[in-house]
Write a protein that binds this ligand. Structure first.
Ligand code: PRP
Length: 210
């Protein structure tokens, strides 16, 4: 049995599509809308449904052999896991965005000690430090775009996919910090113990992605 930590929602559906195309999974009975947090498939796969930010933790501690997580979340989590495959979906950008009304186009135009709200405080702090710009990073868990709208922050660091959330909240991106896609990660011990099984899965997934 291989256990895979994955977040519910769109990314789970995309991963299931890949597994089906790779002929790894039939599991027609799999109900993605169920409230169950552990779903076992007869093909020898157990899905552990965790919050996206927690997937690297489940994998690092061996509570799951494998995990599916965005590269952005993986870097932010800073866990000791092995990155196996770029799954090439869930593509998004992490950007610094500010209110359009500010008329700012460059991070250097941000005021000294500007407040930056983010779900990615580690990446945001490292980014501004690297550019020698003093900011105060305010960690949030979601709805980051609210920050500038209600005076909590001057800017945000967040992911954007279609750009719609930024526009509808009067924000514009001024810098891209990184691009991200979903990755398959592995617990290092599981990878040693179940090398053959994991490598075979990886190979099938890579062929399906191609
Ligand atoms: C993410 C992200 C943005 C939005 C971007 O939020 O934090 O808010 O998606 O997508 P778009 O560019 O296509 O509009 P998510 O849906 O994960 O919820 P959250 O705000 O609670 O983090």
């Amino acid at each position: 049995m291989l256990s895979i930590a994955v977040a519910k929602g769109r990314l789970f559906s995309s991963f299931l599509t890949i597994l089906r195309e790779a002929n790894v999974l039939k599991c027609d009975s799999l109900d993605v809308d169920s409230r169950k947090l552990v779903i076992e498939c007869p093909e020898g796969i157990r899905f552990v449904l965790a919050k996206p930010a927690d997937v690297p933790t489940f994998v690092e501690y061996g509570a799951a052999d494998l995990g599916v997580v965005g590269k952005d979340t993986l870097i932010e989590a800073n866990k000791d896991v092995a990155e196996l495959v770029d799954l090439n979906y869930g593509r998004c950008k992490m950007v610094v965005a500010v209110p359009m009304s500010l008329g700012i186009n460059d991070i250097r135009e941000l005021d000294f000690n500007s407040r930056v709200a983010s779900k990615y405080p580690r990446i945001a702090t490292e980014f501004f430090n690297r550019h020698g710009i003093q900011v105060e990073v305010i960690p949030l868990n979601g709805s980051i775009e609210l920050g500038p709208l209600v005076g909590l922050s001057d800017a945000i660091v967040d992911i954007t996919e279609t750009g719609r959330t930024l526009i509808e909240n009067g924000l514009q991106p001024i810098t891209t910090i990184m691009e991200s896609t979903s990755r398959l990660i592995a617990n290092r011990v599981s990878y040693k113990i179940k090398t053959e099984q994991i490598n075979s899965l990886v190979q099938k997934i890579e062929e399906a992605i191609k």
